[in-house]
Design a protein around this ligand. Structure first.
Ligand SMILES: Nc1nc2c(ncn2[C@@H]2O[C@H](COP(=O)(O)OP(=O)(O)OP(=O)(O)O)[C@@H](O)[C@H]2O)c(=O)[nH]1
Ligand SMILES: [Mg+2]
Length: 1124
């Protein structure tokens, strides 16, 4: 526990005004964990000599080996600032993109953040990402510019250059904040204007909007980082020093007799000291003078480094040490590494922990300062707005703001992740130091045991002597076997992992053993309140409410880095660990004693899990262990996904290569504890069609004959599989397919969607899903409960689609959209181009009032056949004909759809089976048999007819027609797809690589080899580093980071982030027609067809047919005669 006792921390927990919950955020390797070490050392938990080397919060073995943090971990520290004592709950987070979900879990529980920036590298992609995350969660950041020693030792900048450099870094960071702020102001303004517009819809008159007006009004000065605001610390965590300009202002105000406030304002900026006039003047740069910051601050540090590290000038060092009034131990000054002496001096002179922790106490908010805006954001889930929540729920806002630990305050807790610890490491199972009495007692017991054994041995020896000498061996053998047996259950015990919830109390006091409601993410307080008896609590026997369960918090812990301390109760405003929730919380949850509480908004995850591998145990019999292990892994990792595919494979989806490696290690060593084998990463592809290209692979003009050839191919394939008379392909690519029972015919055409449309649908999947839910409830005749905002968003999407789908081909297309797919929200469209077939639009929820009701009634009637077509489309888009991967960016337009008159006899057959119930429909059956032609003429589900025979239609859907229609629609889509030029789409990563000029060539080499494309390259100002931004196919990315690192001797290390899908330009079905083409692009040529290679790899993995030559070097067999 270090110097602070547990009692002290428990006492501090009760005073929320002096609590700071904060996390350390930065790009990878900018020194978060090193800084955390310095802060931890200030509490005596680790020795200050080891601070920066130990990386105490990286408690996993692989974190230590790889040197990167992989999970966020918390520690509680005590700090005395002025006359106040503070409790700091500090969370160290990982910087690697693969673990950005861990950052989200940390940020949610905090009120503030220390953003660390490397003084050499400046703002990096993850720096931007973490600033954005802090912004999205409304937490306040402070800045630490770290690794300033690198400017001195590595870059060898002068103090003046360093000042300019630091200024640039500040500008960069502020630019990111500025962008976030501006976008928010503009958004708010737009919203306000919209409301105003609505209010004054009738008041006519042209208005001119001044977009910048909002920006001018809004005060943003507190947002920016500036040393004179006191929210910036300059540091070198490794050498243990850090300062804010307050410290220097304080020192010099005494020494120079200038007021501290004046110094504070002028220490950072374009000011200089006029020694003669003893005045601080503006305009240092123009006059060529040294800025105050350089003269009074940086120069001191530079000369210290110069004396200690560069020149090793013993005398000067001694002079400095005595002038600063420090004490340096002899062993430090004699040490062969000058850095030891340096950190001994610096950590006394300008201890980094003091600078950082003072800033934290002064500048970061306490839990009491939580803003109403943040509370509303936390409490309003998805489309629901805070105002639309029930009144009791809205009242809870006060509880958040008060952060009260009173007896009546409802307990509100948020669990942001579950983490596993070894059961043996829990405090209740840990060996505690024994008291004197206990030691004496044990000694006595041991003595007795010893005496007993001695007597037993004596008697045994006596008996052995009388019989045979061998027997003794037998008896010890027996004992061994006994001890072996004894150790077995212990081993079992060892396997156990206990899950602890990483949580924060927002209101009330949580007590050990207390029962609370667990609110799932979909829990609706309105529903809960109406179903639960008033005033009921979690310990009562409550009726079943969807997404609500009860559980008790069996144990509470104080998180102390690698250790846990048991607590009896935790008041509001603190971060804690909760044991005993593993059965009711999967990854995150909201806990409360009040059922009125709404679940918190889900965490913002930046990373998309994309790398998937199939996993199986080395020994098939260990499958159950694997399944259990994967379940535990799923719970323990905020981002990893575990699924079982239809093929029966157990698949693990992770955010990247490093994350994958960690998950596999965890599975092997902790959760499953068996040997496992993982497949090669399964790379996702998408299939699409494109507009007929003008030139082919070898840049030759493509004539009409190519098109005909494609269609020919389709026909050929069709004739192999089925009788070709059910399939008709016309030269324009329209495919007409009849069901095998000849009852229905559909004609479908595949059209490539413009890229922007695909992008739009991709970025709006959530909205499309909501739209689909709305349509579903409309079809079921349920009432709508949507916020205005959602409706506006849907209308916006529709308008955007309309503006993108223009031209003759797309006339009125948006209105005619039938469905999205696959899974009803994917980036493909089914279009209703059937003449005379009216179906309710997917946008029907936008039409309010009576109209919607009418459409709903219609929809209920015709949904049966309509659904078959949509289902066929869903199936077709889920797995395409190229390699059974999902489709993307394809529009299927249904141009004709009829059900033949021959359907009728069949209908009657099926109807007869159930004659009694159908007698009641007498009318409609008669009508059918007397007017058989009607169905043949019209479309099956024309609204007119359907409304007349609602029940008959619903019977049909269970007959053979709908099933065959689904299959026929699916096949028709596949053929229509094949009738167009097909292409594969590859998932792409973007990566930003920083490299020095020397290794630039090698970086390009590796990128080129892996089909990467450089987007832009620029030189980072003030350094000799280049920043290269490139895109790289996911398929080529495995081992990329490793290769780059090796080839550049560790100077460049890229981070890959999934960005988008991209069409691979080569045609996988292209065949060479001339010898020359064969030589250049044939199977054995150097430039293999990339798309074909990918496609065949996927087909091979899925066990599909792959067209390839099996015999590679055929040679005619001949008898070699000896005499030749
Ligand atoms: N020169 C110098 N090196 C530093 C300083 N602080 C940290 N480092 C080094 O930078 C490397 C990364 O430090 P970490 O503290 O592990 O970085 P991190 O931000 O925690 O990295 P992740 O957790 O993986 O994102 C280590 O080798 C440190 O020794 C510093 O002030 N000066
Ligand atoms: Mg770290």
């Amino acid at each position: 526990m270090g110097l602070t006792s547990l009692e002290k921390i428990i006492a501090l927990q009760r005073n929320p005004a002096n609590i700071r919950n904060l996390c350390i955020l930065a790009h990878v390797d900018h020194g978060k964990t090193t800084l955390a070490d310095c802060l931890v050392a200030s509490n005596g938990i680790i020795s200050s000599r080891l601070a920066g080397k130990l990386r105490y919060l990286d408690s996993r073995e692989d974190e230590q080996i790889r040197g990167i943090t992989m999970k966020s971990s918390a520690i509680s520290l005590h700090y005395r600032h002025g006359d106040q004592e503070y409790l700091l709950n500090l969370i160290d987070s990982p910087g690697h993109v693969d673990f950005s979900s861990e950052v989200s879990t940390a940020v949610r529980l905090c009120d503030g953040a220390i953003v660390v920036v490397d003084a050499v590298e400046g703002v990096c992609p993850q720096t931007q990402a973490v600033l954005r995350q802090a912004w999205l969660e409304n937490i306040r950041p402070v800045l630490v510019i770290n690794k300033i020693d690198r400017l001195i030792i590595e870059l060898k900048l002068t103090s003046q250059e360093a000042y300019t450099h630091l200024q640039k870094i500040l500008e960069q960071v502020n630019a990111v904040t500025g962008t976030l702020f501006t976008s928010k102001v503009l958004e708010e303004r737009a919203e306000k204007e919209k409301e105003e517009e609505k209010d004054s819809e009738t008041s006519s008159g042209k208005q001119v909007y001044d977009w910048s007006a909002g920006l001018e009004e809004a005060d943003d000065s507190h947002l920016y980082f500036s040393p004179d605001q006191g929210n910036v610390v300059f540091a070198s965590a490794m050498d243990g020093w850090g300062f804010s300009i307050q410290q220097f202002a304080h020192i010099y105000s005494q020494r120079m007799g200038i007021r501290a406030e004046v110094l504070l304002k002028s220490l950072w900026g374009d000011f200089y000291l006029n020694a003669k006039a003893k005045k601080i003047m503006r305009g240092a740069q123009a006059k060529g003078k040294k800025q105050l910051f350089v003269q009074l601050v940086l120069d001191n540090i530079w000369s210290l480094y110069d004396a200690v590290v560069t020149r090793r000038d013993k005398e000067k060092v001694e002079k400095v040490v005595t002038s600063l009034g420090l004490k340096v131990m002899a062993r430090d000054s004699r040490h062969s590494d000058p850095k030891v002496l340096l950190s001994a001096i610096c950590s006394q002179w300008l201890p980094v922990s003091q600078a950082v922790l003072s800033m934290v106490c002064e500048k970061l908010p306490s839990p009491l300062d939580m803003t109403a805006e943040r509370v509303e954001k936390l409490m309003s889930v998805g489309a629901r707005q805070f105002d639309s929540l029930p009144k009791q729920t809205q009242e809870l806002k006060r509880a958040f703001l008060q952060c009260s630990s009173g007896a009546i305050a409802p307990a509100i807790i948020f669990v942001s992740k579950m983490f596993a610890v070894d059961t043996k490491a829990l405090p209740q199972n840990r060996q505690r130091p024994l008291t004197q009495e206990e030691i004496a007692q044990r000694r006595e017991l041991a003595r007795q045991r010893h005496a007993n054994r001695m007597t037993a041995e004596q008697t045994a020896a006596e008996s052995c002597m009388s019989q045979d000498g061998q027997l003794t061996g037998h008896s010890t053998g027996k004992m061994e076997s006994l001890t072996l047996k004894d150790s077995k259950p212990e081993e079992e015990e060892e396997h156990k992992e206990t899950f602890i919830a990483f949580a924060r109390v927002y209101s009330g006091v949580v007590k050990k053993g207390q029962r609370v409601f667990v609110l799932g993410p979909k829990y609706d307080p309105t529903q809960g309140l109406s179903m639960l008896p008033e005033g009921c609590s979690a310990s009562d026997c409550v009726p079943e409410v969807p997404h609500l369960s009860c559980c008790s918090m069996e144990s509470l812990y104080l998180l102390m880095g690698r250790e846990l301390e048991e607590l009896e109760e935790v008041p509001a405003g603190n971060i804690l660990g909760i044991g005993g929730l593993e059965d009711c919380v999967l990854k995150s949850a909201t806990l409360s004693t009040s059922p009125a509480c709404s679940p918190f908004t889900p965490l913002n995850f930046e990373a998309t899990p994309i790398v998937r591998v199939a996993i199986e145990p080395k020994h098939p019999s260990e499958m159950p262990k694997l399944v259990r292990g994967m379940r535990l892994l799923n719970q323990a990792d905020p981002c990893a996904e575990v699924l079982i595919q239809e093929t029966g494979e157990h698949v693990l989806v992770t955010a990247g290569e490093v994350h994958l490696q960690r998950c596999l290690d965890d599975l092997r060593d902790r959760f499953a504890k068996i040997e496992i084998s993982a497949s090669k990463p399964i790379i996702p592809f998408r299939e699409t069609v494109v507009r007929p290209p003008k030139v082919d692979m070898v840049n030759e003009d493509l004539g009409k004959q190519q098109k005909v050839a494609i269609i020919h191919q389709v026909k050929e394939e069709a004739s192999q599989g089925r009788s070709s008379d059910t399939l008709l392909v016309d030269p324009s690519g329209l495919v007409t397919l009849t069901t095998p029972n000849r009852l229905a015919t559909v004609s479908v055409r595949a059209i490539p969607l413009p890229q922007e449309v695909t992008h739009l649908m991709e970025s709006n999947t959530e909205l499309i899903r909501t739209l689909e839910h709305l349509n579903m409830s409309l079809r079921e005749g349920k009432s709508l409960d949507v916020s205005l905002r959602t409706l506006e968003a849907i209308a916006g999407l529709k308008a955007q689609l309309e503006s993108l789908l223009r031209g003759r081909k797309w006339r009125n297309a948006v209105e005619r959209i039938w469905s999205f797919g696959p899974r009803r929200y994917g980036p493909n469209i089914l279009l209703n181009s059937v003449e005379g077939y009216q179906r309710p639009s997917v946008w029907q929820c936008l039409a309010r009032g009576d109209k919607a009701g009418e459409a709903g009634a219609q929809a209920a009637v015709i949904r049966d056949f309509d659904n078959s077509i949509a289902s066929g489309f869903q199936l077709a888009t889920l797995s395409g004909p190229m390699c059974e991967e999902p489709l993307m960016g394809v529009c299927f337009s249904v141009e004709r759809w009829d059900i033949q008159s021959s359907a009728l006899p069949q209908h009657q057959d099926s109807l007869k089976d159930d004659s009694i119930s159908h007698e009641t429909l007498g009318d409609s059956v008669v009508e059918r048999s007397t007017e058989p032609s009607e169905q043949a003429e019209g479309t099956a589900a024309g609204p007119g007819q359907a409304s007349r025979r609602p029940d008959a239609a619903s019977v049909d859907c269970y007959g053979p027609v709908s099933g065959q229609l689904i299959a026929a629609m699916k096949e028709a889509c596949r053929h229509a797809f094949q009738a167009q030029p097909q292409r594969l789409m590859a998932a792409m990563y973007t990566c930003e690589i920083m490299a020095t000029a020397e290794v630039l060539g090698r970086v390009y080499g590796v990128l080129g080899k892996r089909e990467g494309r450089v987007l832009h390259e620029e030189m980072k100002e003030g350094t000799d580093m280049f920043i290269i931004k490139a895109v790289l196919p996911v398929a080529e990315s495995f081992g990329f980071a490793e290769e780059i690192r090796k080839r550049t001797s560790g100077l460049a290390s890229p981070q890959l982030v999934f960005s988008h899908w991209e069409v691979i330009s080569s045609d996988p079905y292209w065949v060479p027609t001339t010898e020359e083409e064969y030589l250049h692009f044939g199977e054995k040529a150097d430039s293999a067809n990339q798309a074909l290679k990918y496609m065949n790899a996927v087909r091979r993995r899925k066990g599909l047919y792959v067209e390839e030559k099996i015999v590679e070097h055929a040679e005619k067999q001949r008898t070699l005669s000896k005499n030749k």
